[in-house]
Design a protein around this ligand. Structure first.
Ligand code: GLN
Length: 536
């Protein structure tokens, strides 16, 4: 029987619920349990696919092509859970499903209501992850207790707990113990209040994870215990884990959270096996080398907009015993100040994915700077498209070359709309999405990076593609195709043979990188950066 953990949050958002869920998942896996994770987001959008990164941060794409919350990226980086489209639901997706059922007449003439119809739908979404191959499901409830829009989700998990019975469900509440500088004191009152809010809904938390800047004193622990109805051992202190999020599982294990969960849920578990994780952390904390990589994008002020990219770069560093320092460069600013001024001194340049016109010329200038100066370059999705435009303009003599996304009337549409996209009018969930096979060309850098695999699987999220009509002209200039869709129609990877490391991919390799298993292209990109740094 699958057991369930529900993780809620209180006091403020952004306390790291996603990272805590991922860390708990990782710890349970380290004890031989098979876990799965999911997140409920209380907003009304059906998925975050149509939201601006400024609103929502990165859109994370699952293997099966769902556009989801970036917390799922943490789940995949920390665990081996089979994350899929059943790992993320929103108020919008729940209501959309209920309304579809109502239109089909499935409610047999009943008045359709939040309780029971919407709450039943939420419970069904939770049970979608129940199966013989899963010991524990961790469900994260987005937002905080007290948000109006969270109410149906909290009511649903309360009912779920009641129906599953004691010992089968565990409620973990993540809360904040703020430090008031003026008073020189830490305060437990907001935690007492948020737990009261939860209890009013009918949920007694089993475990409290207290985010704090300084250690909890014994008297604070006593207060929390007394007012929140939890025993001392169930009050877990969590100090800020900066700069290494991968330390969080260790903070939890030191306080016995995993053993507590195993005991409370009555599951059979092995002793920990944290060897691989500890070795990874050791490299992360004490690397032999260090280098600086520039990421050139247009949402640079927001860490979460390129979360998976930044993490994958760090993983690439781990794979080379190196610390990766990331220089975040606004593409707009390159347009104003020039590439040389902003990119001088870096050992690698990465241009990530994106949409729309703003900052495009700055990104194109960055790809040119990397090409002309022999600096290792990694172009991802839009970054690949920018490199294609740059090479067409400056090496193939195709003045005005562009993507039809940015200039529909360009004389040289080296990037154009995918055939399958031409009739699409709706925006949500209609891109080329999810894992697709890609056939690699032997002896290329890409093929070697992937351990000489002939066919790989990588995740996509795009509407535009490399225009194959120009492939021959590119090859003559030294840009060779190193990966194609199996039918040979779509160019998925190209690399510039006359350069130490210049690899451009249409897909998003960052979604498959883990700290314990760096993605091969990120690993080789960082290796090339170290090589460049040595020679410079
Ligand atoms: N805007 C480009 C396209 O739709 C690139 C998308 C991306 O970088 N994810 O093809």
């Amino acid at each position: 029987m699958t057991k369930h953990i529900f993780v809620t949050g209180g006091v403020v958002s952004s306390l790291g619920k996603g990272l805590n869920c991922a860390s708990i998942g990782m710890l349970l896996e380290s004890r031989g349990l098979r876990v799965n994770l999911q997140k409920f987001d209380p907003y009304v959008n059906v998925d975050p696919g149509t939201m601006s990164p400024f609103e929502h941060g990165e859109v994370y794409v699952t293997r099966d092509g769902a556009e989801t919350d970036l917390d799922l990226g943490h789940y995949e980086r920390f665990t081996n859970a089979p994350i899929s489209r059943n790992s993320n639901f929103t108020t919008g997706s729940i209501y959309s499903s209920v309304i579809n059922k109502e239109r089909k007449g499935e409610y047999l003439g009943k008045t359709v209501q939040v309780i029971p119809h919407v709450t039943n739908e939420i419970k069904e979404c939770i049970r979608k992850l129940d199966n013989e191959d899963t010991d524990v499901v961790i469900s994260e409830i987005g937002g905080i207790v007290g948000d109006i829009e969270s109410q149906p989700f909290l009511e649903a998990i309360r009912q779920f707990g009641h129906e599953a019975g004691p010992g089968n469900v565990l409620f973990i509440h993540l809360t904040l113990i703020p430090y008031l500088r003026a008073a020189g004191e830490m305060k437990t009152k907001p935690t007492q209040h948020t737990v009261k809010d939860l209890m009013q809904i009918g949920i007694q938390p089993d475990v409290l994870i207290c985010r704090t800047e300084a250690p909890l004193t014994p008297s604070m622990r006593q207060k929390i215990t007394l007012f929140c109805n939890v025993s001392q051992e169930c009050v877990i202190e969590e100090l800020d884990a900066k700069p290494f999020i991968y330390q969080i599982p260790l903070m939890l294990v030191e306080q016995g959270l995993d053993s507590l969960i195993v005991k409370k849920l009555g599951v059979k578990a092995n002793c920990h096996d944290l060897g691989k994780w500890m070795a990874m952390l050791n490299t992360l904390k004490n690397p032999a080398h260090s280098l600086e990589i520039a990421v050139v994008g247009k949402y640079i002020s927001l860490q979460s907009a390129y979360e998976s990219i930044y993490e994958a770069l760090i993983h690439g560093g781990i794979g080379n015993d190196a610390r990766v320092r990331i220089r975040r460069v606004e593409s707009d600013e390159i347009e104003e100040q020039g590439a040389q001024n902003l990119l001088d001194g870096v050992s690698g340049i990465l241009v990530p994915g994106g949409f729309g016109n703003r900052g495009i010329e700055g990104k194109i200038a960055a790809t040119r700077y990397a090409r002309e100066n022999g600096i290792p370059f990694f172009g991802i999705c839009l970054g690949m498209q920018c490199a294609t435009i740059e090479m067409a303009r400056n090496c193939l003599g195709l003045a005005g070359a562009n993507s039809t996304e940015f200039n529909p009337d360009t004389p040289h549409p080296v990037i154009c709309l995918l055939e399958e996209q031409r009739k699409i009018t709706k925006m949500g969930g209609t891109m080329r999405l999810g894992a697709q096979p890609c056939k690699l060309v032997p002896e290329t850098k890409t093929w070697k990076a992937y351990g000489k695999s002939d066919v790989i699987q990588e995740r996509h999220r795009h509407r535009y593609e490399f225009n194959s009509a120009y492939a021959e002209a590119f090859a003559k200039a030294g840009a060779i195709v190193s990966g194609k869709s199996p039918d040979g129609e779509l160019v998925e990877v190209w690399e510039y043979a006359k350069h130490p490391w210049y690899v451009c991919v249409q897909y998003h390799p960052e979604f498959q990188s883990k700290p314990t298993q760096p993605h091969p292209l990120f690993r080789d990109f960082i290796a090339a950066g170290l090589e460049y740094q040595k020679k410079r």
